[in-house]
Design a protein around this ligand. Structure first.
Ligand SMILES: Cc1cc2nc3c(=O)[nH]c(=O)nc-3n(C[C@H](O)[C@H](O)[C@H](O)COP(=O)(O)OP(=O)(O)OC[C@H]3O[C@@H](n4cnc5c(N)ncnc54)[C@H](O)[C@@H]3O)c2cc1C
Length: 482
């Protein structure tokens, strides 16, 4: 429910709907590709107030609120921002979201809140994503934010994985008074917020300041601990944890197993390429600290958001000729339009209906070219997407000294292999008996995020973690009372 019911607002909806729209300010492509800094130029307070005043305050429930996976009370936040009450607006977001400064930057707003804004019918939508980031950044700069920690209740919960799902769960549980420990295989917390999403979409200092809030609230962090190898879930229960949340994501790069040459120097998997291209050496696991060796002609294979991020990272690393090879047409691409548009503005090219069939070495043994075959679209598959079909004798070669495989991700089977009776399905995704609670087949073990759904979004993983946090609280209070 909206905190400020629309019927109490003395507003003229028609007049508001006709207020002028000023688009987001972005740094020019030729400037922003010279560094890894944020692409978006932040709102200043006056501009934020003007933009928020375009909200026409639809009757409750507003479509933007319904479309937001975390049900942020966007209309009330817009009302407060319009009046310059920025920190109060930030408070609205903290009620329903554990990562508002992150979601304000990386959510596909055009498909969620902004996509459902009624102004789309004849105008541009209110830029509510950027306003969310603005309000929370403003609060942090001017007064800071302290997670309201609950009175300790003397129960310990283990969270596996410090990505958005684990963080959402930790946020809820620490507020309810639990002793929360996050076990993470990597040296630093954040999951794909650090080891995936590039800086130019989510600056690392924004994440670092966010993480400090969790630390200040007393969330314990155990890095470099790979559950399944260094410890097991059964072992965590033996250590005295009374419930476990699995939020390990879905981070194993899909391979091109039948394609010769993927082991050539110059062929990278997307995660390796993005992490080594974007993350400081000290935050990298030791086996990833060797600098990338990239050339001037890079091809990226794939059609999702990861492919867009790789293209844009390649341009920032100094590549001169950057091309995306995708086996279907642009219409079937799963990645968001906004990221693709930015990649194009920055100089990336696209070659559709193109399937690599062989990676070819040069005289020095390193990648020199990619042999491809033309594709055409055939019959729709089970999901209704038309299947790509090879065109016979259409092989051609694309010169490239670096290739990045951005083909999607699979879950890591280690947790299911080392946890008796933990049910999984479809290549190792964790089975949850109840989608809302995240309860798994093992008593006291809950799960959420990409390891349950497969690769999805920051916001959906965070929401799943928060819901599981509530369910763990209920379980520990009712099923295992003190
Ligand atoms: C390149 C890229 C760009 C993306 N861009 C966007 C975007 O712009 N907007 C958006 O909304 N989403 C984006 N996503 C998707 C989004 O990042 C994920 O959906 C989200 O991070 C999933 O959160 P999670 O907590 O489930 O998993 P993750 O973020 O993957 O976190 C899981 C954590 O668990 C740890 N872990 C794994 N196994 C173990 C183990 N056995 N023991 C201990 N720790 C373990 C991992 O190291 C990791 O830190 C992007 C994804 C990628 C790959």
């Amino acid at each position: 429910m909206q905190a400020v019911p629309s019927e109490f607002l003395a507003i003229d909806r028609k007049e508001r709907a006709n207020r002028p729209f000023f688009d987001l300010d972005l740094r020019p492509p030729e400037v922003r590709t010279c560094d890894f800094e944020d692409v978006v130029i932040e709102f200043d307070p006056e501009r934020a107030m003007v933009e928020a005043s375009r909200c026409i305050h639809c009757p409750d429930p507003a479509p933007c609120m319904t479309a937001c996976p975390t049900s942020n009370d966007i209309p009330s936040a817009m009302w407060l921002i319009e009046q310059g009450r920025f920190a109060e607006a930030a408070g609205i977001y903290h009620k329903t979201s554990s990562l508002p400064e992150v979601c304000g930057r990386v959510c596909p707003h055009e498909a969620l809140c902004q996509g459902s804004c009624v102004l789309n019918k004849h105008q541009q939508p209110v830029l509510c994503g950027e306003l969310e980031a603005f309000a929370v950044d403003y609060e942090r700069r001017t007064q800071g934010y302290i997670i309201p920690v609950g009175t300790p209740i003397g129960k310990k919960v283990a969270i596996i994985g410090a990505g958005p799902a684990g963080l959402g769960c930790a946020d809820i549980l620490i507020q309810k008074g639990y002793d929360v420990t996050i076990f993470e295989s990597k040296p630093a917390p954040g999951g794909l917020l650090v080891y995936g999403i590039p800086n130019f979409k989510l600056p690392k200092d924004v994440w670092q300041e966010k993480w400090e809030e969790f630390e200040n609230a007393g969330v314990k962090f155990v890095p470099n601990t790979y559950i399944g190898k260094d410890k097991t879930i059964d072992g965590l229960f033996e250590e005295g944890f009374e419930a476990v949340f699995i939020g390990v994501g879905s981070e194993i790069d899909a391979k091109m197993e039948d394609t010769p040459g993927t082991d050539l120097p110059g062929v990278y998997e997307a995660t390796d390429f993005l992490i080594r291209g974007n993350v400081e050496a000290e935050q990298l696991p030791e086996n990833m600290r060797k600098p990338l060796e990239i050339g001037k002609r890079i091809v990226v294979i794939g059609g999702g958001d990861t492919a867009s991020d790789c293209l844009r990272t390649a341009l920032r690393l100094g590549a001169e000729d950057v091309t995306c090879l995708y086996r279907r047409t642009e219409k079937e691409m799963p990645g968001g339009k906004k990221d693709r548009q930015m990649a194009r503005e920055e100089g990336a090219k696209y070659r559709f209906l193109t399937q690599p069939v062989k990676f070819i070495p040069g005289a020095d043994g390193k990648l020199a070219a990619v042999e491809c075959i033309e594709m055409k679209l055939g019959e729709p598959d089970a999901k209704g997407r038309r299947k790509p079909v090879p065109v016979e004798n259409s092989n051609f070669s694309v010169a490239a000294d670096t290739a990045v495989l951005a083909l999607g991700y699979w879950p890591d089977p280690i947790i299911s292999k080392t946890t008796p009776d933990l049910e999984t399905h479809d290549w190792g995704l964790v089975t949850v008996k109840n989608k809302t609670t995240g309860q798994t087949s093992r008593e006291g073990v809950f799960s959420g995020g990409d390891c349950v759904t497969g690769p999805d979004l920051v916001v959906t993983a965070m929401v799943a973690g928060r819901k599981a946090g509530d369910a763990i609280d209920e379980y520990l209070r009712n099923v295992i009372p003190t």
